[in-house]
Design a protein around this ligand. Structure first.
Ligand SMILES: *Cc1c(COP(=O)(O)O)cnc(C)c1O
Length: 433
């Protein structure tokens, strides 16, 4: 498959180039060619494991770049965790995506990116990833990239405590991770990531790219867990299939749309937002106007200007009317979110985190507009134990925190503290190498 920039239709690049360049001038990479994966996943069934699915689908997605042997190695080394399809009743299932090291679905894209990059760089070259994180994404990146050959991973944190990293993985201790604290905000960190990628001579000398969601190498593999959800429910489907997706920066929803484009038989997506629903009007066919962010009980969805706007717009531009039928926006407030957590607990005895609850409540609200036999798969994006206070308030239950997630609270010191400035960043990196 080839990739092109949202800013220019003309030039196409390979997956490796798209992953390593990350930010083409003024745009983001999106798939440029279509492919039909149907024959590869239709024969899979509920017995197929996640690494098996990845090992058979990835070589087709990345034909000419990743052979089946390499793909198996990537799948095995990336995924010692799997999604799980939990059937609640005839109407609803959950696809749990929180079984990775940090308890959020982002672990899936990051783990694949690290493993595939190691494979693609095997005989030639090296890469340095520069990524911004507020917290757990940094841990996910560190755990996926730690000890991988040919790669150094720099993680930029805004002011405040840094948690969950293992100092043994840091460059001064013989590892390949460099956490740097920036005296500023998360936005300052994101701007520094863009600045260093756009410093072309420096970026080319060091092989600079990013493990943030701007990298298509993180987004594309997320399409695979939709395929996994599909193969697990398909035998029991009696009507339409719909996915309900808690959406903040819209990476997860984009990945679902790619899965559909690659041949997954799906009848609709619900773009579930909280009170921050900057895309609601846009998805109904009106212009996109960013709104100020308000704080909610589902903080990962508190986004006023989604980072994947250009990718979504490129997708919509091809067939706006089809898209309006395919994606239904919904906005859910905090009271409805807490009520959904309580209802799912009482009805099915299953804990769902507030982000998942937004998608569940949205699905219930829209369910009458779908065919009565349709089945709705709600993406469970976060581990409920990470939102223990909200869970206790909604269900009265005190959830046990798994050992791996408890480690996310341990403090670690950065390797350097810098001003939000490109020269400061480049010299801090130089002093580590
Ligand atoms: C990041 C995140 C989301 C939002 O996903 P996007 O791809 O940004 O739309 C939803 N739920 C949880 C738990 C998250 O961490």
């Amino acid at each position: 498959m080839l990739f092109r920039s949202t800013s220019s239709e003309a030039e196409t690049v390979s997956f490796k180039e798209a992953v390593l360049r990350c930010l083409p001038d003024g745009g983001l990479y999106v798939p440029a060619s279509l492919m039909d994966l149907r024959q590869f996943f239709l024969y899979m069934n509920s017995g197929t494991t996640y690494p098996e699915l990845v090992a058979s689908v990835a070589p087709i997605m990345l034909q000419g770049e990743l052979n089946p042997f390499s793909a198996s190695r990537v799948a095995e080394s990336a995924f010692d965790f799997e999604p799980e399809l939990v059937r609640l009743d005839d109407r609803y299932s959950l696809l749990t995506l929180y079984n990775g090291p940090t308890g959020v679905f982002k672990d899936f894209g990051i783990a694949f990116l690290a493993a595939v990059l190691e494979e693609l760089l095997k005989n030639s070259g090296r890469a340095m990833l520069i990524s911004a994180s507020r917290g757990d994404t940094g841990v996910s990146i560190a755990s996926a990239f730690a000890r991988r050959r040919g790669m150094i991973s720099v993680i930029l944190y805004p002011s405040g405590p840094i948690r969950g990293l293992k100092p043994a993985d840091f460059v001064p201790n013989g590892g390949n991770i460099i956490p740097i604290q920036v005296r500023g905000t998360f936005e300052d960190c994101q701007n520094l990531v863009r600045a260093v990628i756009n410093d072309r001579p420096y970026a080319e000398r060091h092989g600079i790219t990013s493990a943030n969601a701007i990298n298509i190498g993180r987004l594309l593999p997320q399409a695979m867990y939709y395929l996994y959800g599909f193969i697990k429910v398909k035998q029991q489907l009696q009507g339409d299939l719909v996915f309900s997706v808690p959406s903040g920066n819209f990476g997860n929803l984009m990945a679902g749309l790619y899965a559909w484009k690659f041949g997954m038989p799906v009848n609709g997506f619900i773009a579930a937002m909280n009170r921050n629903d900057p895309f609601g009007d846009y998805l109904r066919g009106k212009p996109f106007i960013p709104k100020p962010t308000v704080a909610t009980r589902s903080p990962a969805l508190d986004v006023s200007s989604p980072a994947n706007f250009e990718r979504l717009a490129a997708f919509y531009a091809e067939a706006p009317a089809v898209m309006r039928n395919m994606v239904c926006p919904a906005a859910v407030d905090d009271n409805a979110t807490l009520a959904a957590i309580e209802r799912v607990w009482k009805t099915y005895h299953v804990p769902i985190d507030p982000h998942t609850a937004v998608a569940f409540a949205a699905a219930e609200g829209l369910s009458k507009s779908f065919d009565p036999l349709s089945h709705i798969v709600v993406l469970a994006t976060g581990h409920p134990a990470k939102e223990a206070k909200t869970m206790q308030e909604a269900t009265g239950q005190v959830l046990k925190v798994p050992h791996g997630l408890a480690l996310l609270h341990e403090r670690a010191d950065p390797v350097a503290i810098i001003e939000p400035d490109l020269v400061a960043l480049e010299s801090a990196i130089a002093s580590c190498l």
